[in-house]
Ligand binder design. Structure first.
Ligand code: SF4
Length: 407
């Protein structure tokens, strides 16, 4: 095949696209994402903005040297994953979602096996909506269930009840989309260990193909962050937090779910494709307010304000809040962090070679200490964290990075 032929080849500049839908029925008091109260009259403007961003970014990337490169064009570069996150994507109608998908399809040719994953809240689940989603290509759902206890849902400021959640699960189980994730949360004020264990048991009895389990994180600029009692509760319940996490990881394992990352458990071959691509260091593009992207060793994040986002696009500017070209050290840290968060671990020898780094005695001692404490283990060249180590994954990454020195 000559270069002219290759130029005809259909390629996507990235394997993964993220679409951020910021609308939520109510704003939960712990949420730190780029979200806003849903108003149906904002949808049209927002969708037009996102479509414009997708189109312009795709044209811009086609012109970048990396994508004009002969070697790059010769590969099978197709889009493998689209992830609708938020916010609450299920606030959008099917025609609105179709517009977005059509534009993504025009700009980034899809693989036949593409995974289109879609976040939903239980109150939006109904049989017609799910079959329409399947019709437009959605083949994975992620349900923001969080808990089967009404008091916990109330504490979290969620719009749904435990009954809504159970009904939603029944509808999903009878829908054409049989690959689905259930989100569960733990470490919530007033949630006892027993209540969480019941949540885990009920979640397992629903047989989702995937469970994401998140510990409540308290962010400064949220109502929870400003609430002294909640802060106090958090600091006084660290042991309980750890107990919940460790118990659940063991319980999921016994139930046949395979842990592949700190917070993610799946049936065989049902890992989230978006997760796998991003964690293996692949490039991705995020569109919409607050969405993040990584391409050509550059990371950027969009502005979080809807008005600013739309205004910037109108003025033909990029709606970008920050952009940084990653230095080798930052890339090395990123790979280490992503590797340690995954259960398969990170091949330390390959990683050191790739970034021209090597461990000092200090790092070896640190890792030996982690192994003695049952927080890490070696599997050939791979350094892996145990669930006990996963609880400290971020801290361990920091400990291992700053004192690295170039060979
Ligand atoms: S529904 Fe989800 S995204 Fe929306 S405010 Fe609540 S936690 Fe945040």
């Amino acid at each position: 095949m000559n270069f002219a032929d290759k130029n005809q080849k259909i390629i996507s500049s990235v394997p993964a696209v993220y679409l951020h839908i910021p609308f939520c029925r109510e704003i939960c008091p712990f949420c730190s994402f780029a979200v806003r109260r849903d108003r149906a009259n904002l949808h049209g403007k927002y969708i037009r903005g996102v479509v414009e961003e997708i189109k312009r970014r795709a044209e811009f990337l086609k012109e970048t040297p990396q994508n004009k490169d002969e070697e790059k064009l010769s590969g099978e570069n197709l889009l493998e994953s689209i992830y609708f996150g938020g916010g609450t994507p299920s606030r959008l109608t099917i025609p609105e979602l179709s517009l977005l998908l059509r534009e993504v399809r025009n700009c980034f040719p899809w693989s036949d096996n593409i995974e289109i994953s879609f976040e939903m809240n239980p109150e939006d689940v109904n049989p017609e909506y799910l079959s329409d989603l399947a019709e437009i290509g959605v083949n994975r759902l992620s349900l923001g269930g969080q808990s089967f206890h009404d008091s916990t849902l109330k504490q979290l400021g969620r719009c749904h009840s435990s009954l809504d959640l159970r009904d939603a699960i029944t509808v999903i189980a009878n829908s054409p989309i049989n690959n689905w994730n259930l989100d569960l949360m733990f470490g919530i004020p007033e949630q006892s260990v027993l209540m969480f264990k019941n949540d885990v048991e009920e979640a397992l009895s629903c047989e989702p193909s995937h469970i994401s389990m998140y510990g409540l994180e308290i962010h400064e600029k949220t109502p929870f962050g400003q609430n002294k009692q909640i802060r106090k509760w958090e600091s006084e319940h660290q042991e309980q937090f750890e107990e919940m996490y460790l118990w659940a990881t063991e319980r999921f394992k016994k139930a046949g779910l395979f842990q592949y990352e700190v917070s993610n458990f799946s049936k065989k071959d049902k890992e989230g494709q978006n997760n796998l691509l991003v964690w293996s260091g692949q490039e991705y593009l995020g569109f919409g307010v607050g969405a993040h992207s990584y391409h050509n060793q550059t990371r950027w994040g969009n502005v979080r304000s809807l008005n600013t986002y739309l205004k910037q696009l109108e003025q033909k500017a990029w709606p970008v809040d920050f952009e940084e070209r990653l230095l080798t050290e930052q890339l090395a840290a990123e790979f280490l962090m992503l590797g340690l968060r995954q259960c398969k671990g990170i091949n330390i020898e390959d990683w050191q070679k790739r970034f021209g780094l090597h461990w000092q005695k200090q790092q070896h001692n640190f890792v030996n200490g982690l192994c003695d404490e049952g927080r890490a283990f070696w599997e050939d060249q791979y350094l892996c964290l145990t669930p006990k180590g996963m609880l400290l994954a971020d801290r361990i990454t920091v400990e291992l990075m700053p004192t690295f020195s170039k060979i």
